[in-house]
Write a protein that binds this ligand. Structure first.
Ligand code: C2E
Ligand code: MG
Ligand code: MG
Length: 558
């Protein structure tokens, strides 16, 4: 639409180049044709003399006031002293008559030219309003697209740098829209100066800025300049503000790549820089694939939950002292009809970022408790470990659901263990303290999962009521070859003992690891050495035939 308007403007009003000369010639010929018509029709006494207005008006519109005046003057001359009033009787015109007509012609030409100039500047203003951001007066998204298309027509593969302000939401809440606008204007003015002629600056409605460059080198150079210049400190209305800028850089794959695709790639890079807690990242294809997959997972998860596509697998936990099978950990599986088995490591973190986290855990609790009740009914007195996400502790209805199911199936709470990862616990002590104490008081057992991978600060261990410490499998799997890993496992076991916590080693894969764990005094083991996670039916069969498992160095029964 804008491009059509643009072409129309440049073609019709104030043409340039060959078109200008062509039109000037055309109008000259038209004036000559008008003169012949007026002469042939009998002279200026006839109404035909008014046809001069057509070329005069057209000339004014095309060439402005000067063009209109000139065309009017020409028309006045051609229809003036040389043209008879009556060509049949060769009667001359009175001077007053052709002079007055000339004045009319010139006035109409001048006025039409002035009107065209005003109209043109109005259209140009409108065009700018469509393409420019009203706050910063740099290009908006539409403007950037227009600009990119012009460059791409010259075969350029563009590079976009997307700059986002990390604290924009907080600043907006703290300073209000006017403060935010002040900050954006400040940053934009500086970006325009820094970019100078090496890049085109744009501002998006989302608050981000775009630098459109013609090569990767110039984009990198510009980002370096900006990183050096913007230190994060700004002053808005005499208030000091800290705002960190994150830069995402992406190059178009071809000269025809749409601007929206290029900006999407730059956005992925900016997000990556935020994730990595760095101020800069370049676009990588695998980040895009990861994002597409996580978007797909988020969409498909709801269907998976509704259509009961998710399955629970169970992995045994074995006493390393007696070989007795003490419990089962419920581990979710997603056998997707199209994409095969999707591992929990891929979709659980996605669930945790959405509101599906609670319906999902509700499903987990229902399945887990029903299975536990079935096992207990069959005389298989094991415990059930359920993995909880942080968000689950914010929703009391989940805990109520768990309690009501435990009551409904007449289970003892001490057979239910809730696992929560160290990373989640250590960063949210205050928000989960009450609920953990409540669960502990009701008799449920609580385990710190993946111990050793989360935090260096261990204060959560004495601030929160834990019963079990599960040492992460990375240490267990490496401890036979790596003395550092062995030292960590040894220290963790010592810590568990001192804090009166039950110790569980995850990821026990072979007899050598088992021996070492036993020697170090680990209470419980879990891993492929005993059994892999199994679907419910297989797990039941396994439990029936494995009340005890054979433990090296002990005389445990099988
Ligand atoms: P996790 O709770 O630490 O579970 C242990 C993980 O180690 C499981 O991976 C299990 O299959 C794997 N594993 C057990 N023994 C061995 C072994 O000997 N060698 C190796 N290489 N791996 C072993 P999985 O099932 O892929 O689960 C990964 C993580 O996903 C879990 O770690 C847990 O954090 C999360 N997860 C699984 N199910 C759920 C769930 O229902 N809810 C929540 N919130 N998270 C879950
Ligand atoms: Mg676990
Ligand atoms: Mg774990």
């Amino acid at each position: 639409m804008i491009r059509t308007l643009n072409r129309f403007l440049s073609a019709c009003f104030f043409p340039k180049g060959p078109l200008k000369w062509f039109l000037m010639g055309g109008f000259g010929a038209l004036l000559a044709l008008c003169t012949w018509i007026v002469y042939a029709a009998g002279g200026t006494q006839c109404a035909y003399v008014h046809i001069y207005y057509f070329p005069i008006l057209a000339c004014g519109m095309c060439f402005g006031a000067r063009g209109g005046l000139s065309a009017g003057a020409f028309a006045a001359l051609l229809s003036g002293p040389l043209m008879p009033m009556d060509t049949v009787h060769q009667l001359d015109q009175p001077v007053f008559s052709w002079v007055l007509r000339g004045i009319f012609f010139m006035s109409i030409g001048g006025l039409s030219g002035m009107g065209a100039t005003i109209f043109r500047s109005f259209l140009e203003n409108q065009k700018l309003r469509l393409l420019q951001d009203p706050l910063t007066h740099v290009w908006n998204m539409r403007g950037l697209k227009e600009h990119a298309m012009t460059r791409q027509r010259q075969g350029k593969k563009l590079v976009a740098v997307l700059i986002e302000i990390k604290q924009l939401v907080q600043i907006d809440a703290a300073l209000g829209p006017e403060g935010t606008q002040g900050l954006l204007r400040q940053i934009c003015e500086r970006l325009v100066t820094l970019a100078s002629s090496s890049a085109t600056v744009g501002h998006l409605e989302t608050g981000g800025f775009v630098l459109l460059c013609e090569s990767l080198e110039s984009a990198h150079r510009l980002v370096e300049i900006c990183r050096t210049y913007f230190t994060g400190s700004f002053t808005v209305d005499h208030v000091p503000v800290f705002a960190e800028l994150h830069y995402g850089i992406a190059q178009a794959d071809s000269a025809t790549e749409p601007m929206t695709t290029l900006l999407r790639k730059a956005k992925i890079a900016t997000n990556r820089s935020l994730e990595l807690k760095r101020d800069f990242a370049a676009f990588k294809e695998e980040d895009d694939q990861k994002l597409q997959r996580s978007v797909f997972i988020t969409h498909a998860l709801k269907t998976a939950l509704d259509a009961s596509q998710l399955r629970l697998y169970y992995q045994p936990k074995v006493s390393l002292e007696t070989g007795r099978v003490l419990g089962m950990e419920a581990l979710v599986r997603w056998p997707h009809p199209e994409y095969g088995m999707i591992p929990p490591g891929e979709f659980v973190p996605v669930i945790e970022t959405t509101l599906l986290v609670n319906p999902f855990t509700k499903w987990l609790i229902h399945q887990g408790m029903a299975q536990l009740a079935q096992w207990h009914a069959q005389g298989l007195e094991v415990s059930m470990s359920l993995n909880f996400s942080m968000a689950n502790f914010q929703d009391m209805s989940l805990i109520e659901e768990l309690e009501s199911l435990v009551g409904e199936y007449s289970l003892k709470p001490q057979f239910v263990e809730i696992e929560v990862t160290e990373t989640a616990v250590a960063t949210n002590i205050a928000s989960i303290r009450d609920i953990l104490f409540y669960l502990r008081q009701k008799g449920y057992r609580i385990a710190v999962d993946d111990f050793g991978t989360g935090q260096s600060s261990l204060n959560y261990l004495f601030e929160l009521p834990f019963d079990v410490l599960k040492i992460d499998q990375v240490f267990v799997r490496a401890m036979c070859e790596n003395s550092g890993a062995e030292a960590i496992v040894r220290s963790a076991l010592l810590l568990a003992k001192e804090l009166n916590l039950e110790s569980v080693a995850e990821g026990v894969e072979n007899a050598k690891e088992l021996d070492l764990l036993q020697a170090m005094g680990c209470a419980i083991g879990q891993g492929y050495h005993f059994a892999r996670p199994m679907p419910a039916e297989l797990a039941t069969q396994w439990l029936k035939s494995h009340a005890f498992v054979k433990i090296a160095n002990t005389h445990a029964q099988k």
